[in-house]
Design a protein around this ligand. Structure first.
Ligand SMILES: NC(=O)C1=CN([C@@H]2O[C@H](COP(=O)(O)OP(=O)(O)OC[C@H]3O[C@@H](n4cnc5c(N)ncnc54)[C@H](OP(=O)(O)O)[C@@H]3O)[C@@H](O)[C@H]2O)C=CC1
Ligand SMILES: O=CCCC(=O)O
Length: 276
């Protein structure tokens, strides 16, 4: 995601300095015109605005708090925008330390996967510092087709988790439907055609269905991240005493898929749990 987003910014004339834990993964971006910062702190030192796109809460915290992390160089006049999918508490911790050093902070997780990231078609769910939001709208306009400003820190994280909880639950129901159609003697391709014409037609079924029928799961949104999002959404449900039996069952299926070694496949690979 980070690579696709950086390429888009470069294409649209933004000056971009990149860092990645595995630094060699920056090479392709250098070919597109990016400079490399040796550490997160070096990126912050050089740039007025820094965007983070990291796997999970532990990674997001590590890049801020660890040695040579963002916190070492953040100061007044600099903005830090975390676009990773994390929980509200992680986001609040980051916001607190960034602002305590005079920096401004925005959480801005995204809907949309690898292709929308490449095409600048993400949906951006921002919350936090409104001034910073207004300053970075030109970059958001390149990265996404629509940005929402959702108010106080945590609201972006929560909205993202609710959306992904629904998506993960739908993927499980969809998988069961394909298997049920197949095992009961129907053509699963016809099922896709029927679904596509009715009230529950959606881009996810349309894009992923044909590959799933062939047991092919080219990674767009890695299954391990979808399971992380189910886990974080269920924790949000715990906090708010919201019963979520459907999401809990979907989370179990994603955990099972991870145990089968499918974590780096697309999250549609949860389909495999139905035949294993
Ligand atoms: N893929 C998708 O379709 C979407 C993903 N997201 C969210 O965006 C985020 C990134 O997803 P995606 O790009 O797919 O994930 P990837 O697994 O492809 O990339 C994860 C990134 O996090 C880095 N990272 C992991 N752990 C650490 C750590 N401890 N310290 C520093 N860096 C670390 C990795 O570095 P390294 O290269 O060294 O491993 C890599 O750059 C996730 O929060 C995901 O949920 C949101 C919308 C869509
Ligand atoms: O967090 C990942 C979302 C993937 C998508 O919206 O297609």
């Amino acid at each position: 995601m980070g690579k696709a987003m950086a390429v888009n910014l470069l294409r649209h004339g933004f000056k971009v300095t990149v860092w990645n834990r595995t630094l060699s993964r920056c090479d392709e971006l250098v070919q597109h015109g990016a400079s490399v910062g040796e550490t997160p702190a070096a990126v912050i030192k050089k740039c007025k605005y820094t965007i983070a796109m990291l796997s999970d809460p532990a990674a997001a915290l590590s890049v801020v708090f660890d040695k040579h992390g963002a916190l070492e160089q953040i100061c007044g006049g600099k903005g830090y925008i975390d676009m990773s999918t994390v929980d509200a508490d992680t986001s609040s911790q980051i916001s607190q330390v960034i602002t305590s050093k005079g920096g401004s902070f925005l959480e801005a997780p995204v809907s949309g996967s690898k292709k929308p990231a490449e095409d600048g078609q993400l949906v951006i769910l921002a919350a936090g510092d409104k001034d910073l939001y207004d300053q970075v709208v030109p970059a958001f306009d390149v990265l996404g087709k629509k940005s929402f400003f959702l108010g106080q820190i945590g609201n972006g994280a929560k909205m993202k988790l609710v959306v992904n909880m629904i998506m993960g639950s739908m993927m499980n129901a969809f998988s069961e439907g394909i298997v049920l159609a197949d095992k009961s003697g129907l053509d699963p391709h016809t099922l896709l055609d029927v679904l596509d014409l009715g009230a529950i037609a959606n881009p996810m079924f349309k894009m992923k269905g044909p590959a799933m029928i062939k047991n092919s799961y080219p990674p767009a949104f890695p299954l391990k991240h979808q399971q992380k999002d189910m886990r974080l959404a269920l924790a949000l449900g715990d906090e708010n005493a919201v019963p979520m039996p459907v999401a809990a069952a979907a989370n179990e299926a994603f955990k099972k898929a991870r145990s089968l070694g499918l974590g780096d496949h697309d999250f549609s690979a949860v389909f495999e749990t139905l035949s294993k």
